[in-house]
Design a protein around this ligand. Sequence first.
Ligand code: VG1
Ligand code: CO
Length: 544
Amino acid sequence: YGVKEYSTVPYTDQKPGTSGLRKKVDVFKQENYLANFVQSFLNVIKKDKPHLLVVGGDGRYFNLEAIQTIIRIAVANEIPQLLIAKGGILSTPAASHWIRKYQADAGIILSASHNPAGEDGDFGIKFNGANGAPAPESLTAAVYEESTQISAYQTADVGEIDLNEIQDIYLNKTELIIRDGVVDYVHHMASLFNFESLMQGFESGTLSILFDAMHAVTGPYARQLLVDVLGADKTSVFNAYPKFDFGGGHPDPNLVHAAELVAKMSEDEAPVLGAASDGDGDRNIILGKNQFVSPSDSLAVILEHHRLLPQFAEGISGVARSMPTSTAVDRVAASFGIDCYETPTGWKFFGNLLDDERIQLCGEESFGTGSDHVREKDGLWAVLAWLTIVNSLKLPVSEIMANHWARYGRSYYCRYDFEGINSDSANHLMAALNESLTSLAGQDFGQYRVERADNFSYSDPVDGSVSANQGVRVYFTDGSRVVYRLSGTGTVGATLRVYLEQYTAADGDLTGDAASVTKSLAEVALIIAKVEELTGRSEPDVIT
Ligand code: VG1
Ligand code: CO
């Protein structure tokens, strides 16, 4: 097949955010936009002579087109092997698993995760390293740097490749290996969990589940795992077939966007567990009958009961949470006498800790939970972990939570998102907050007195790299905390996230509603940051 080199002009906006490069589909459709970025990545990793790359995506609009472009560029760049998911469908955790299982040098994941899809929606591309983890900042910075200087890319004239057949195709010096993206993942789960006892649970009725795949990538995974293998009822998985536009929805498993599931979980005939995942399958929401489990609490409960999970039968040496995630897991870690790390937002910061075996379990408040079985957060893994816990304890989720809080106290937790605000206003707000840090200490706001405030800077204990400016933290004397940061995954303007945590000790009222309990803290938080004055917004767009 003929190989051609095309000259190109750099784009200036290809700087990856919290999790890859995310833009409106229209941006990606600009001439050479994707080609520039993919070629920039290959230029950066070429010196390491990559042999095998994994390629797949969440199935959204432009996924298949992007994969065809990547094939043409990879063939022209003589990458020896490409392992591509059949139909282009590969969840993010499954991609991480493939990279590790087949010792790939890197992965290219096409996803904008929980962002809406379709012609008017978002698209995204993200690179993972040989350990299966999202590229560290050093690599994303190098790719960005390259993208600002790129002058040419190569492409091979291989035509349209049929991705719907499991087959090997030889194109010049490249072997395309097209495989089912679900099967290996299901096998991996079978090696981590006791499937026989879960099957018995479903058969005996101890277990039942309702899983919302949100018309996104987890449909085929959940159907195979939960229904075909574990024997859950056929109706257990709904919105179970991936659509290009995710059914017009917003595939973010939280109380707002998974409202259909939340409603079903408050009906009389609700199953034992309710769960959902996001566009690319790495997030999860866990619900019991009339019971929402906040992601921060979910992480804490999994740690509390980790010995019930076969993969942790020998114990856990450490855990990690992202900085805005509540301190619930810290208290459980302390009770076990194990390390608990606090990292910046984004899964890429867990990679080193997992590789170095300092931690085996980690999570984020943004509905992300995972372990050392892959190097991404993993929605269905979290579901299987909860099924295992429920199956072993034989208690409803609400009681598991009540018992947890009675032992460790409760971090009431809420996040306010102000979306699509003017970028300049958002930057100004953060700058003003940063300037006020030292003067905040000792100030009273209603019932709250500020104890201290800072801007979170992280030193990676494994490689010593420093990531500064990771969010403003305000601590109050009663143990409450507010965190402010700007999102790194949005595609329109800026999104301000305000994270609220209010701790109630085990002998206090543990039965409150998180949104109500954190309401007065929220009011103080918005005053401190002058949110209305600087952004014109008095109400958040989303509260989770
Ligand atoms: C958000 C979340 C963060 C998560 C990231 C990617 O980032 O806050 O915790 O790791 O999304 O998740 P930000 O910068 O917008 O706050 V996923 O499932 O969208 O890959
Ligand atoms: Co995601």
